[in-house]
Design a protein around this ligand. Structure first.
Ligand code: FEO
Length: 401
């Protein structure tokens, strides 16, 4: 049975939630589910904005048919070809063969890649600044390459002042009946998942996100419709502020991310002592065991915190595997402009400090503390002083900034 929501008098959300997906993109756990948003405009012509993942195709097709109310589907705008939004293109085009697909040239070539048997001959190809009218509504198209694939574009409805933003401004988490960000306490309850979504999905492409934010800043925006998560009709500027920080690799807060990898607890012990000393000095600490917390959560807080401490044991003459995975993930997401401290451990030859430095040293604006704490199996009394000195150096930096 259909389950739709009205966005405005003539725009209907026809998407769906998926609460059974274990891993988004096969890697990011989504314990609160995810929504795939699709929107139908009922103007003089009907226009569908994107489709959904194949996992929810059944309810989506019911939603679409119900929202159309017996009308034909005239246009389908494809903003992004990643299959979480485009996997059901084929089904839509089979059901509504008269539809014209509006997309850019890159989207068209990706449609041919994903669907080798031609789906339709009806295309209207658009580029930056091109316009389209569905009757009362006029649209302008804005190219948004690498937010988060190269073919991505956005649409701006000049009549309703609605921006369709593709993946940008999405979040992890099912909608659960809510549609608008102002129907929840977004910044208290959903910002962490929005940050985890942004940093892991788009975090690598900060300059491209900033380029689109510059274009969007020139628009009069009343409504923002992303492909995941909530629709924005108020306080969108507060969310943009977060995007400006994340995409500029600027920390959101003066705080310490402390991530450790420990096999028998000795490295963990050093991390605990450092965390306690930092807290005693009034520094906020966000602490994770890399063998327990999936990397996507720690990557997200690495974008959030100004200072990063990594503590890891040596393993296979390198760094312990869960820390190695995390650091490669942080490097792959192009994190910049952070101050980093390291604690290494090794019972016969400690190499984890060197290995961690090598993974992170190529990143722009990464500065390492000179004092590296090097354990030989377990912490010694003398090394308590080293941890105290490191905590003091970090606290002094944070207070001075
Ligand atoms: Fe939600 Fe890049 O797909």
């Amino acid at each position: 049975m259909y389950c739709t929501r009205k966005v405005t008098d003539d725009l209907i959300w026809v998407g769906a939630d998926d609460r059974r997906l274990p891993f988004f993109e096969g890697v990011y756990g989504v314990p609160d589910g995810v929504s795939y948003n699709s929107y139908l405009l009922l103007d003089e012509k009907t226009v569908l904005f994107d489709t959904v993942d194949k996992a929810v195709y059944g309810v989506f097709l019911e939603n679409l048919a119900h929202a159309l109310g017996g009308r034909s589907l005239d246009y389908l705008v494809v903003h992004h070809m990643e299959p979480d939004h485009a996997a059901t293109l084929e089904l839509v085009l089979q059901r509504y063969p008269e539809v014209t697909v509006i997309c850019n040239a890159k989207v068209k070539s990706m449609i041919a890649q994903f669907f080798p048997a031609p789906l339709t001959e009806r295309f209207q190809i658009v580029k930056e600044g091109d316009t389209f009218s569905s009757g009362r509504h006029s649209f302008r198209f804005i190219m948004a390459p690498m937010v988060h694939w190269p073919e991505v574009m956005m649409s701006y409805d000049e009549t309703a002042k609605t921006l369709f933003t593709a993946d940008a401004f999405g979040t992890f988490g099912a909608l659960n009946g809510r549609l608008f960000a102002d129907e929840v306490d977004f910044f208290a309850e959903h910002l962490n998942e929005a940050r985890r979504y942004y940093t892991n999905i788009v975090g690598k492409y900060g300059p491209q996100v900033q380029a689109v934010l510059k274009k969007a800043a020139k628009l009069d925006i009343a409504l923002v419709c992303p492909l995941h998560g909530f629709v924005w009709r108020k306080d969108f500027d507060k969310y943009v502020e977060k995007y400006l920080l994340w995409s500029g690799y600027v920390p959101e807060e003066k705080s310490v991310l402390l991530a450790y990898a420990s096999v028998y607890g000795h490295t963990e012990n050093a991390a605990n002592i450092l965390a306690a000393k930092l807290c005693e000095k009034g520094v906020k600490v966000r602490m994770y065991d890399t063998s327990v917390t999936p990397a996507s959560y720690i990557v997200s807080d690495a974008f959030r915190c100004s200072h990063l401490v990594f503590a890891a044991t040596t393993y296979n003459a390198g760094v312990f595997v869960t820390m190695e995975t995390l650091l490669h993930d942080i490097a792959a997401h192009n994190l910049q402009n952070r101050k980093v401290a390291l604690i290494e451990n090794g019972s016969w030859a400690a190499t984890s400090g060197k290995a961690m430095t090598e993974i992170l040293s190529g990143l722009k604006g990464i500065e390492f503390y000179e004092q590296k704490v090097s354990l030989k199996s377990a912490l010694t009394d003398a090394q308590i002083d080293e941890l105290e000195a490191l905590a003091q150096a970090i606290a002094d930096d944070i207070k001075a900034e």
